[in-house]
Structure formats: C-alpha cells, structure tokens
Design a binder for this molecule. Structure first.
Ligand SMILES: [Cu+2]
Length: 173
C-alpha cells in the first residue's frame, strides 16, 4: 500500500499542471516527426499519432507517470491495452478520479481512442503509471515508452522528462 499512497499523493499534487498539446498531422504518412517550439513532437504509426510525450521527474524507487496525446486518424476505434518501458518495474494504465474531495487513481484495462478522435493522457486523467523506477528520471532526459494497441500496433516514442511543480517528489522529512 505504500506505493499506492505515494502515487495518490503525486497525482493530487500534479493535478494543477496540465499541458496543452497541439497536433501537427498529415494523413497518409506512416511515420512523421514534427517539432514545435522544441516541445511538441508528433510520431505517427498506422494512422495513430502521439503528440507531446512527457514524463515526470522522480527518483529511483519512486513512481512517475507518463503523458501523451494519442490521436486516431482512422475510421476504426482503437484501445491502448498496454504500455512498456525499461525504466520501471511495473507499468500500468491508470485513470485518476476524485472521491470525497480526494484525488485518487486506479488501473484500467484499456484506454479508448475513438475513431477520428483523440484521448489525452494528462494530469488528473488517464496516464501511464511507472511504478518502482529502476533509475532516476532527470529533467531533460528522454525515456522510451511503448504503447500497444488492441490491433497489435506498437508506438515507441521517447518521453521527455519534465519537472513536477518543484516539490512533487521532494524527499519526505
Ligand atoms: Cu497512476
């Protein structure tokens, strides 16, 4: 339960920070990389694009979370069914919610990506939970995270590590 409590605290504090992603997409290209103001990056595979991937700074042994906007440019609804990364011992798909005024989160089986639509993994909502980091995640570092979809498509992207409110992962006194 220790991990769960830490995670909940982290999400609650991170909730204030949201990032607006802008997609720069062209239909018909298998893979595309676009940079925008050095922080918006789009990778596209099989009609699915991921935009502005980033993760939160945290220490080895702690938890972190990864966020990205996933856009489905096809006519078929898709689901994100798994996330994979070498940086953490356990990786889960999570959703965040509020209960009795407290921010909580729980694992979900899958995250829907509607046809001709998108889902945004962001603070206070869906996210990739990185549980038990094998190494420090340092601001500016890029970590690999792969999303697997229900049709077998995998999208491997690097997620830029960003700071978290300045105090989110401060050691406990
Ligand atoms: Cu979580």
């Amino acid at each position: 339960m220790k991990i769960a409590i830490k995670s909940i605290t982290m999400t609650a504090i991170c909730l204030a920070l949201t990032f607006t992603a802008q997609a720069h997409e062209k239909v018909g290209e298998k893979i595309e990389i676009t940079k925008y103001k050095d922080r918006i990056t789009t990778f596209k595979t099989d009609g699915i694009s991921v935009t502005n991937p980033f993760a939160r700074q945290a220490k080895k042994g702690q938890n972190s979370a990864a966020f990205v906007k996933v856009t489905n440019l096809t006519e078929t609804p898709r689901k994100i069914i798994r996330a994979i990364s070498p940086v953490a011992s356990i990786i889960e798909l999570h959703t965040s919610f509020e209960e009795n005024g407290i921010h909580k989160m729980r694992p979900v089986e899958a995250i829907d990506v509607p046809e001709n639509g998108f889902v945004e993994l962001k603070s206070g909502g869906f996210h990739v939970m990185l549980i038990g980091l094998k190494e420090d995640l340092v601001v500016g570092q890029h970590i690999p995270v792969t999303l697997e979809l229900d049709n077998g498509t995998t999208i491997q992207t690097t997620y830029k590590v960003k700071g978290c409110c300045g105090h989110c992962h401060a050691p406990k006194k």
